[in-house]
Design a protein around this ligand. Structure first.
Ligand code: C5P
Length: 305
């Protein structure tokens, strides 16, 4: 049971399961609990109190600190800040990229294409080289299936796994995760305002990213996948104590499928902990040179902040 101790504390409702509580106080508040884009930020008077799973939040640093995998060491080495997306079709190609890039970057993402082709074998091969693996399978299914899938990823040495979905799906993932950090996909970086409208959401991308991130952290995810454009609002509203992993990195104005892009410097200035980079490295004539340039940019931002 949590009592509200000081006047006009800002509260946020953990997740959709608190609808029953919110419905009690809703008449006094201007919030729409059925709208998925609702920020769930509500203000109550000190005299109000109610029990159960409503979190009190008094300061930025606590906001995400109460959640999930708790406090998070952010002393991330420079050679792990760029997660290279191994978006290739065979283990031979993947191994070639790993061997070429491992002196410079030590974090590799295995996504749907490579995992479907090569399964756990390629993940194990990368891990045996003492490198880190992000299993980006964007799991999205009924909670029990996601629970079992996350369990299959557990205790294999994988650092991050991605899950997509509503509260029950994320909860199942977090409950099953042992030794793997669950990152919630907020809104894919290939989607813009018109795309989310097509999907039936009646709000801005930013509101949707924030709402999803807030709930993911309350549920216990270690962090979120977000574009660099929304990273500032996530840091402002949710604090520092969770991971923001940013794909959609493009050095210049973009022409491919990624729509919400930022460059390397902006991603870190805006609050990214890691960036995920695929094609700009994979398709470069000199991938090592691209990584080195990006790392110099990261270093410059981090040392000036
Ligand atoms: O080639 P590019 O740099 O666009 O690759 C980005 C990688 O990040 C891809 O592997 C893609 O699956 C992944 N990703 C993304 N947007 C997300 C989550 C993951 O682009 N929201």
């Amino acid at each position: 049971m949590k009592m509200i101790k000081s006047p006009f504390q800002i509260l946020y409702v953990n997740n959709i399961m608190e609808k029953s509580i919110v419905s009690i106080i809703k008449p006094a508040l201007d919030i729409d609990i059925d709208n998925p884009c609702n920020s769930h930020d509500i203000v109550l008077n000190a005299n109000d109190s109610f029990c159960s799973r409503v979190s009190t939040v008094s300061g930025k640093s606590e906001k995400a600190g109460q959640t999930g995998n708790g406090s998070m060491a952010k002393d991330i080495p420079l050679n792990e800040r760029i997660i290279f997306a191994l978006d290739v079709s065979t283990r031979e190609k993947a191994k070639q990229y790993v061997k070429t890039l491992e002196p410079y970057t030590r974090f590799f993402k295995v996504g749907l294409q490579l995992f479907l082709a090569e399964g756990f074998e390629i993940i194990e091969w990368i891990l045996k080289r003492d490198l880190k693996v992000f299993a980006d399978l964007k799991l999205f299914d009924v909670p029990e299936t996601v629970r079992l899938a996350v369990r299959a990823l557990t205790d294999r040495g994988v650092t991050f796994a991605t899950v997509h979905g509503n509260d029950a799906i994320l909860k199942a993932a977090v409950e099953a995760a042992q030794g793997v950090q669950v990152l919630a996909v907020t809104v894919l970086t290939s989607l813009d305002e018109a795309d989310i409208r097509d999907l039936g959401f009646n709000c801005s991308v930013q509101d949707l990213v924030l709402s999803r991130a807030r709930r993911a952290l309350e549920i216990g995810c270690s962090g979120v996948i977000s574009s660099g454009l929304e990273a500032p609002i996530l840091r402002k509203e949710l604090g520092e104590n969770f991971l923001v992993v940013v794909p959609g990195i493009r050095p210049v104005k973009n022409v491919d499928d990624q729509k919400r892009t930022v460059d390397v410097a902006k991603a870190f200035k805006n609050g990214a902990d890691y960036i995920v980079v695929g094609r700009p490295i994979r398709d470069a004539s000199d991938p090592v040179a691209v990584i080195k340039t990006m790392q110099a940019q990261i270093q410059s931002v981090l040392s000036s902040s």
